[in-house]
Design a protein around this ligand. Sequence first.
Ligand SMILES: Nc1ncnc2c1ncn2[C@@H]1O[C@H](COP(=O)(O)OP(=O)(O)OP(=O)(O)O)[C@@H](O)[C@H]1O
Length: 139
Amino acid sequence: MSTTERTLILIKPDGVERNLTGEILSRIERKGYTIVELAMTTPDREVLAAHYEEHQGKPFYEPLLEFMSSGPVVAAIVKGDRVIEGIRSLAGTTDPTVAAPGTIRGDLGRDWPGTVQKNLIHASDSTLSADREIEIWFG
Ligand SMILES: Nc1ncnc2c1ncn2[C@@H]1O[C@H](COP(=O)(O)OP(=O)(O)OP(=O)(O)O)[C@@H](O)[C@H]1O
């Protein structure tokens, strides 16, 4: 069975604003993964509501949608062997304060209030999510 997968990554508005797009994409490429689609866009509420469907009703949902629509994000489809778990591992755990050094969030995330929200990157967490999110962002 082939273990080549596609995943969806987003460089969130904090990453783009801090000029970390190149650094983050470079880490992904240096790991050996291939960027097959790339776009910069300021997402509207409809796209974000679909993307964050599972979080609807949670206390951080509305602030998250507001933050994610506050500026441009970079969306990419990335391909590679076991790329879904690989990029989750490269990204590090959700909260940058405790994300392991060596990960994107651990090295580049900042200890500021709201740091859990402004954690630089999103990456799909399963093949099901990847297919769903690729459809949302790239159609
Ligand atoms: N407690 C929280 N407070 C504020 N924002 C949060 C909180 N928990 C999650 N978020 C935001 O919602 C996003 C989605 O939450 P989720 O639990 O799916 O995290 P994740 O799987 O690490 O991140 P992502 O799905 O973006 O890769 C997080 O990346 C973060 O931006």
